[in-house]
Design a protein around this ligand. Structure first.
Ligand code: NAP
Ligand code: ZN
Length: 348
């Protein structure tokens, strides 16, 4: 066994605290990674506080992992010691179902192994995430980080980046398309950067005017505060695609009214509560309401290469792991510009 250390929540809503645990020794196709950085995703908070139910404790959160390969198993062909690598939201899947074969491992029929708050494919061994110094992952679930991207600011690409890239690509954001991003947080700010790089006309819909200058600097063409009622009359029927990154329940019907005929609103934010939808919000205008969950391994690599080519990383605030509980409070208050990343060297 490999001795690892990190920070864990012992029970739901407990503050995260130092935690020692074991990682498996490298099997034939495993890569041992020295973790350098791990982003803090709002999903970490939802799960550490058991807001979605069914959380497994103790929990070492973290699925925006970057680091360097320190050892490889004898049958590893894709990576070597010293490579800059990343690990995202899952570390395994069945590899045999229709979706795994299509590169949509996130929709594995028997369930992917989430990087934390999950179980290995044996359905028994709990998984522990990236708020820790080492991780052991099968080579087929490890991503390559482009050389020109710094490992700290690249970490959030592993979840926030792919979660926005995947729907932007699937719904064909690009030149001539009007895209709105609701919520300028960790996910939202990656959406602005990526949609802009894809050539779309980008609008940010934020609660207040506070983030307007940032939004424009990140690549937004337009910015509107949703606290102003006139925003919804002004923008009625405007967008081909709206991506909703907000973790709180909003009036989705009001946002659907901002779509053009045949437009789509894609939900990626995950509120605890159910959100009511009226049929009239969809039928007048043949509108679609959809959802999207992270992305598969091949698409995550495609996103990383795209970000390498366009020099896209996250705007981060680097923190020592001892500040993780304060960072959680600030994320909940939308007080982060725009992603916290833990410097794992602070564990020592
Ligand atoms: P975040 O950094 O907290 O950003 C969320 C943003 O939503 C905030 O910055 C804020 O932007 C806006 N917001 C917050 N409270 C609001 C409210 N009451 N009313 C209106 N807007 C509000 O969180 P994140 O890490 O980007 O994650 C966002 C959500 O996506 C979470 O629920 C997370 O679990 C989920 N998620 C989903 C996937 C997936 O695959 N589908 C992957 C990762 C995360 P403004 O200040 O601009 O209004
Ligand atoms: Zn995440």
């Amino acid at each position: 066994m490999i001795q690892a250390k990190g920070y864990a929540a012992a029970i739901a809503k407990a503050p995260l605290a130092p935690f020692q645990f074991d990682r498996r020794d490298a099997k034939d196709e495993d890569v041992v990674i020295d973790i350098h950085y791990c982003g803090i995703c709002h999903s970490d908070i939802h799960q550490a506080r058991d807001e979605w139910g069914g959380s497994i404790f103790p929990m070492v959160p973290g699925h925006e992992i970057t680091g360097v390969v320190s050892k490889v198993g004898p049958k590893v062909t894709k990576f070597k010691v010293g490579d800059k690598v990343g690990v995202g939201c899952f570390v395994d899947s069945c590899r045999e179902c229709e979706h795994c074969k299509a590169g949509l491992e996130q929709f594995c029929e028997t369930g992917m192994s989430a990087t934390y708050n999950g179980r290995e494919q044996d359905r028994k061994t709990p998984t522990y995430g990236g708020y820790s110094n080492k991780i052991v992952v099968d080579q087929n679930y490890v991503l390559r980080i482009p050389d020109n991207l710094p490992l700290d600011a690249a970490a959030p690409l592993l979840c926030a980046g792919i979660t926005l890239y995947s729907p932007l690509a699937h719904w064909k954001a690009g030149p001539g398309k009007k895209v709105a991003i609701i919520g300028l947080g960790g996910l939202g700010h990656m959406g602005v950067k990526i949609a802009h790089a894809l050539g779309a006309e980008v609008t940010v819909l934020s609660q207040s005017n506070k983030k307007e200058a940032d939004a424009k600097r990140l690549g937004a063409d337009h910015f509107y505060a949703t606290s102003e009622k006139s925003t919804f009359t002004k923008l009625r029927g405007s967008f081909d695609l709206i991506i909703n990154t907000v973790s709180m329940p909003l009036d989705w019907n009001a946002y659907l009214s901002l779509l053009r005929v045949d437009g789509s609103m894609v939900v990626v934010g995950v509120p605890e509560e159910q959100v009511p939808i009226g049929a009239f919000s969809l039928i007048g205008g043949r509108k679609s309401l959809a959802g999207s969950l992270i992305g598969g391994i091949a698409e995550t690599q495609e996103m990383l290469d795209f970000c390498g080519k366009h020099n896209i990383t996250s705007d981060i605030e680097l923190i020592p792991i001892q500040k993780v509980n304060d960072a959680y409070e600030r994320v909940v208050k939308s007080d982060v510009r725009y992603r916290f990343v833990i410097d794992i060297a602070s564990l020592n």
